[in-house]
Write a protein that binds this ligand. Structure first.
Ligand code: AQP
Length: 343
């Protein structure tokens, strides 16, 4: 690996990869390849924190891998793999289960949202999910983590865990000749006009794989007709588009569509409103359909081609896991020394 700074991030293989996953995460993964050493993971151990059909899970792991490759991630220059194939993730997560405090996890809003009212029935894995996420990142001592805004709180927890580990074991880290601090405090890379893509049916809810309405999201596998129909049916309000970003306040659906256009075209919301401000939604939606089909169509087509060749995808994952494991093994040997686990 050639760069000083290292990126780690992942996507769960839970089906229906959508525009939010693309703009909030995968598109940014691609952009970061020229400045960082990158590990991009299909986080299948996270997926099983809620029930997954085993046959569907295998399909989905390959589909996320295909999305990575189709979007432009280079698995030779960087590392693409699935989490379950590197046992260090689960091992380090256990150490972090013993570092993180219950009070910290009790504050995690994603657990509250996902567990809902039936909290007693949620899996222990769903509750401890942020500790596994911290392990994913710190196993490779990654310095930067590109994620959508919904993951900000988990990233802060990963920093707290790294800090507490460094403090708790400071003497041992030094005694083992491993420097003054062991884990870096990973920086979130969140931003751009689509850090939080909202549902096309409800501008107050994030676009999500698990939304029961398929009209709420644009899937990466949608064809041109499906994209056109979903954009045309997207909820809007009766006012024309404003000329300035200020005018999007209190208009979540308009803001969402403008943000999507900006992110897909690589500009900002200001530029989009400079072109479309004052006009009707129907004109803007027509342009958005054209842009979305232009940008997403080739990715969807390439995903389809790749998924038809599972042998190739599995070979990419195996090669990535071998290279990731070599790095993870070093960390786990050092962590065991630091913690005092005799080997
Ligand atoms: N709506 C979104 N806008 C921007 N970024 C998003 N991400 C997810 N939804 C949006 C980002 O995509 C990456 C991978 O997400 P994930 O699949 O690991 O988990 P998630 O955040 O739980 O995704 P979903 O779609 O909301 O799944 P469900 O419905 O199963 O909970 C992350 O970087 C995430 O921020």
């Amino acid at each position: 690996m050639a760069f000083q700074q290292r990126v780690f991030s992942g996507v769960q293989p839970t089906g229906n990869l959508h525009l939010g996953n693309y703009l909030g995460a995968i598109k940014r993964f691609v952009e970061l390849q020229d400045s960082y050493d990158c590990l991009y993971c299909v986080v299948d151990l996270h997926a099983i924190t809620v029930w997954q059909d085993p046959v569907e899970l295998k399909r989905s792991i390959r589909e996320v891998t295909a999305a990575y490759l189709a979007a432009g991630i280079d698995p030779k220059r960087h590392i693409v793999f699935n989490q379950s194939q590197v046992s260090g993730h689960a091992e380090l997560a256990w150490v972090f289960n013993c570092v993180a405090r219950l009070g910290w996890l009790n504050r995690m809003t994603q657990f509250k949202e996902k567990a809902g009212k039936d909290r007693e029935n949620a899996s222990v894995g769903l509750y401890a999910y942020p500790n596994l996420m911290a392990a994913d990142i710190l196993l490779y001592r990654a310095t930067h983590v590109p994620v959508g805004e919904d993951q900000k709180q988990h990233l802060e927890l990963a920093r707290d865990i790294a800090q507490k580990f460094n403090n708790d074991f400071g003497t041992s880290i030094a005694a083992n000749g491993l420097g003054e601090t062991y884990f870096p405090l990973p920086e979130p890379l969140i931003g751009g006009p689509a850090a939080r893509v909202m549902s096309l049916r409800d501008g107050s809810k994030k676009m999500s794989k698990s939304d029961p309405s398929d009209l709420s999201r644009i899937n990466l596998s949608d064809d041109a007709d499906a994209i056109a129909s979903k954009v045309r049916k997207a909820k809007t309000d009766p006012e024309p588009l404003p000329g300035e970003v200020e005018g999007l306040k209190g208009r979540p659906e308009a803001e969402n569509l403008v943000g999507i256009y900006a992110a897909l075209s690589g500009t900002g919301k200001e530029e989009v409103l400079a072109s479309f401000g004052g006009g009707q939604f129907s004109t803007f939606k027509g342009a958005l359909v054209e842009l979305a089909v232009d940008k997403l169509g080739p990715i969807g087509a390439e995903m389809k081609r790749l998924v038809a060749d599972p042998g190739h995808i599995d070979a990419v994952l195996r090669d990535g896991a071998d290279r990731a494991r070599a790095m993870a093994d070093v960390t786990m040997r050092e962590v065991k020394d630091i913690v005092g686990l005799v080997r």
